[in-house]
Design a protein around this ligand. Structure first.
Ligand code: FES
Length: 165
């Protein structure tokens, strides 16, 4: 346990050093921290505030101001359903409902208990010609239907099972 805790902070230290522990580099530091941990863990935020000698409220202020930062742990696979106008008109809601039902998730509960999947809705992805669009782990899938999206989800689940066996 002690090891995993120290290695957790070691990774934050490497990122801090990369930016010369400069308070003016807070945003890129937080971006790297999020890339490393997939979210901004509370204890790491506190650690950064001490290391950079800036107040925790400043660190939290930046982290909550930018929409791409997240303070919640996310699942291994992040599925984003576009709910911009073009996708909405082409029934993106049906895709969201099908995924929520399959994964047992809802608006207040976006990550599965096994931390395998996180479901999010996002504003226009800039791929309206492909509406309705779904992004799975940064890859855009266009012209989706609930059936196609569930098939995609099944293939990810199967891949995960194969990895375990
Ligand atoms: S509205 Fe979905 S990609 Fe533009």
């Amino acid at each position: 346990m002690a090891n995993s805790i120290s290695s957790k902070f070691d990774r934050a230290c490497i990122i801090l050093d990369k930016y010369d522990r400069s308070p003016s580099k807070l945003i890129p530091i937080l971006q790297d921290i999020q890339a490393e941990y997939k979210y901004l863990p509370e204890e790491i935020m506190t650690f950064i505030s001490v290391a950079l000698d800036i107040s925790p409220s400043t660190v939290y202020g930046v982290a909550t101001f930018y929409a791409h930062f997240t303070l919640e742990p996310k699942g291994k696979h992040v599925i984003k359903i576009c709910d911009g106008t073009a996708c909405h008109v082409k029934k993106s809601e049906g895709i969201l409902n099908a995924l929520e039902k399959d994964l047992g998730l809802n608006k207040n509960n976006k990550t599965t208990k096994d931390m395998m999947f996180t479901l999010e809705t996002v504003a226009c992805l800039g791929a309206c010609g492909l509406a309705p669009a779904v992004v799975v782990d940064e890859k855009v899938h266009g012209l989706m239907t609930p059936e196609k999206t569930l098939a995609l989800l099944d293939s990810i689940k199967k891949e995960e099972l194969d990895n375990v066996q």
